[in-house]
Design a protein around this ligand. Structure first.
Ligand code: FES
Length: 323
């Protein structure tokens, strides 16, 4: 039987995503990068309870959690058990950073991708039945062979079981192991996620992303998430680096080639923080309708924030991660 595609609209957030008749509402939402709230994903906990506002659904998976008859009559359904029959509107809660529980997952190395002497991209796969719940911009703790380290996730939550991290050859024990011993199929235990440097879902405005060195990892995740959610009117990326280099410049260029509303500028860290902040903001005299997401050292972020607020950025439009 061919899978049929329909549209799901989520209230009150207004998110929309496509769903095929072979997917549960939850599976389709997560694939689209929309972090609807859930727990077990297998019909046991009730955390994915939503309300059907309009349209028709059908049960795809059995579930042990009992939805009260009175609630069912009002449209209550488990998103991990039902699919849509045609276009539907549901009322459901979108998870924030505080809603996501700490998880410990045994992953396998899919690839260790050396990029230069200072940085490698580590690709991990979670087990088939277990995906990591996280929001773009968050970090996790990695452990392997007694070595540990903390890293930002560089991939999108919409990527199902694949997780990309950028490992810098620094003092962390995990970095030494990653550069010298880690190989395909090795087990890496992942604990997390941590952090609240996450995309704001309730506004659709131009977004300026600013990354310093490997601050590009959380910024890359945020860019991919913003793309999958279609929450940005336009996107500008400024990537400042000297020591590590712009190690995924080809990827950034491919985004610029593919998207009409994505611009980027690679910059050197060859001046003091105030001067660099001024260069980033030079093309943006009025930031009234913008959000800025910036990851880098504190002195630079302080200068950038001061300059942005002086150009009318709302204090609610400033999002930073000190690295
Ligand atoms: S996520 Fe637990 S019942 Fe749906």
């Amino acid at each position: 039987m061919d899978a049929m595609s329909a549209q799901v609209t989520v209230m009150p957030s207004g998110h929309r995503f496509s769903i095929e008749s072979t997917d549960t509402i939850l599976q389709a939402a997560l694939r689209a990068g929309i972090p609807l709230n859930y727990g077990c994903s297998s019909g046991n906990c009730g955390d994915c309870l939503a309300r059907l506002v309009s349209g028709e659904v059908s049960k795809l998976c059995p579930h042990d959690f009992r939805v009260k008859e009175a609630d069912k009559a009002k449209g209550a359904l488990l998103m991990c058990a039902y699919t849509a029959v045609g276009d539907i509107v549901i009322e459901a809660r979108v998870a924030g950073a505080d809603d996501i529980p700490q998880q410990t997952i045994s992953t396998r190395v899919k690839a260790v991708e050396p990029i230069n002497a200072q940085i490698l991209a580590l690709h991990l796969m979670t087990p088939r039945s277990q995906r990591l719940r996280f929001l773009a911009g968050q970090s996790v703790r990695l452990a392997s062979g007694g070595a540990e380290g903390e890293y930002y996730i560089a991939s999108c939550p919409c990527e199902d079981r694949h997780i990309e991290l950028h490992v810098r050859h620094d003092q962390q024990a995990f970095a030494e192991r990653a550069f010298t011993a880690l190989a395909k199929e090795d087990v890496v235990t992942l604990t997390g996620p941590q952090g609240d440097f996450v995309i704001k879902l309730d506004s659709r405005r131009p977004i300026i992303f600013v990354a310093w060195d490997d601050g590009f990892a959380p910024i890359k995740s945020l860019i991919q998430h913003a793309m999958s959610l279609d929450v940005a009117e336009s996107m500008h990326l400024y990537w400042l680096s000297d020591a590590l280099g712009h190690y995924q410049e080809n990827y950034v260029r491919s985004l610029s080639d593919a998207l009409d509303d994505f611009e980027y500028k690679m910059m050197a860290t060859d001046a003091d923080p105030a001067e660099l902040a001024g260069r980033v903001l030079a093309a943006h005299p009025d930031l009234t309708r913008c959000d800025i997401y910036a990851a880098g050292p504190a002195a630079f972020l302080d200068s950038l924030r001061a300059g942005a607020l002086a150009r009318n950025l709302s204090i609610l439009g400033w999002h930073q991660e000190v690295m």
